[in-house]
Design a protein around this ligand. Structure first.
Ligand SMILES: NC(=O)c1ccc[n+]([C@@H]2O[C@H](COP(=O)([O-])OP(=O)(O)OC[C@H]3O[C@@H](n4cnc5c(N)ncnc54)[C@H](O)[C@@H]3O)[C@@H](O)[C@H]2O)c1
Ligand SMILES: O=C(O)C[C@H](O)C(=O)O
Length: 362
């Protein structure tokens, strides 16, 4: 964990630390030019940078503060929005009883030394649009965000949320140049949470007893895995055999999970889901900050696992202090493999489209 380093980098005007700042047992090198005077930050708390202070960004900030995961910096190009949300959330502290410092900014230098960086910058879809329609506009956003992260918090664990998710994580890693184990995407936790919710309602059991896995790209081709999903450890196909539900009802739940994002977009009309997406990303950030070694599905870099080379897509991972410490190389049935392959192909098509738009990615 590098929070000592993070603090040192902004504990004082760095001009007062002429050659190098030292923290967490390693030299940080000469302070970046952009590290001018900032407010004193002396408490031993991790630093969480949120790039994008819209619906998800604001919810992330509130959750991170309430869970006392660390001090929060909200960055957004919209002047006043991150500052207003940071102040509003800070003012909820006395009633809620949390200790966390919050700051809103338009200056990337303020994210210096962040331990975790969660990216929601960009635009959400509206009814009638697919996530893929966001590719061109959000790719440009990933470029500036990736460079901001590269220059200011290269040791952070980065969680991308911006859509179309799998292609944007890939682009963010390319633009930032951070190690692939430190850049991942949130989608599988959310899609699995939706699947778990629908199953808990169908079986009339606590969602605590429902486990579920959704793999593949975060699009219409995602793969909710029926075989690896259970109620109290009993796989879903067994529950069908036991007469707890029917295959038709299970198929409908699988489809509703695939359409989960669109269902909320259709209801909200002005944007997309944000409470569950924020909670999902916080679960991943917490796994990293507390070295929980959680087994969570996320968009991770595969280099040989599941038969994939040099590809970001939704797979089961272990998240701990090392970031994505492992991609769990599960075996898929023939039918699951075919669905997974078509989902991977869709993601690869979007990555190729990114390369076509921005030649620096080719
Ligand atoms: N991965 C998932 O499971 C998942 C779930 C929900 C939403 N999303 C995606 O997350 C993204 C954000 O959703 P939201 O509801 O918070 O949207 P939002 O519009 O409420 O917030 C986005 C924020 O990004 C800011 N922004 C735009 N360009 C920026 C830039 N260059 N630098 C910094 N900030 C910039 C905007 O000013 C805005 O405040 C969307 O792309 C949406 O599709 C993904
Ligand atoms: O569906 C969207 O556009 C947002 C997000 O990807 C979601 O699944 O909620």
């Amino acid at each position: 964990m590098s929070f000592a380093a993070g603090q040192f980098a902004h504990v004082q005007p760095c001009a007062a630390l002429p050659l190098a700042c030292m923290g967490a047992g390693k030299w940080l090198g000469t302070a970046p030019k952009s590290t001018k005077f900032r407010e004193t930050h002396t408490m031993a708390r991790p630093k969480i940078a949120l790039i994008g202070a819209g619906q998800i960004g604001g919810t992330l900030a509130h959750l991170a503060a309430m869970k006392e995961l660390g001090d929060v910096v909200l960055f957004d190009i919209a002047e006043g929005t991150p500052e207003g949300k940071a102040l509003d959330i800070a003012e909820s502290g006395p009633s809620e009883g949390f200790d966390a410092a919050l700051k809103g900014t338009q200056d990337y230098a303020d994210i210096a030394g962040a331990d975790v960086c969660i990216v929601t910058a960009g635009v959400p879809r509206k009814p009638g649009m697919s996530r893929d329609d966001l590719l061109g506009i959000n790719l440009k956003v990933m470029k500036s965000v990736g460079e901001g992260i590269r220059d200011n918090c290269p040791d952070a664990f980065v969680i991308c949320i911006t859509n179309p998710l799998d292609a944007m994580v890939w682009a963010l890693q390319q633009f930032s140049g951070l190690p692939t184990n430190k850049v991942c995407g949130m989608a599988g936790v959310l899609d699995s949470a939706r699947f778990r919710h629908f199953l808990s309602v169908e079986f009339n059991v606590s969602m605590k007893d429902v486990t579920a896995f959704v793999l593949g790209g975060h699009g219409d081709t995602m793969v909710p895995s029926v075989r690896y999903s259970t109620v109290g450890g009993i796989p879903l196909p067994d529950l069908v055999e036991m007469g707890w539900t029917t295959q038709e009802k299970l198929d409908a739940i699988v489809q509703r999970t695939r359409d989960g994002g669109a269902e909320i977009v259709g209801l909200l009309k002005t944007g997309s889901a944000y409470y569950a997406p924020a909670t999902s990303a916080i679960e991943m950030a917490e796994a990293f900050l507390k070295d929980q070694k959680r087994l969570l599905p996320c968009a991770a870099y595969c280099d040989g696992e599941l038969g994939l080379k040099d590809t970001y897509v939704g797979v089961p991972t272990i998240i701990g202090a090392g970031g994505v410490e492992k991609v769990v190389d599960i075996k898929l049935s023939k039918e699951e493999q075919a669905m997974f392959d078509s989902s991977v192909a869709a993601v690869k098509g979007l990555v190729e489209a990114c390369k076509g738009i921005d030649p620096s990615l080719a």
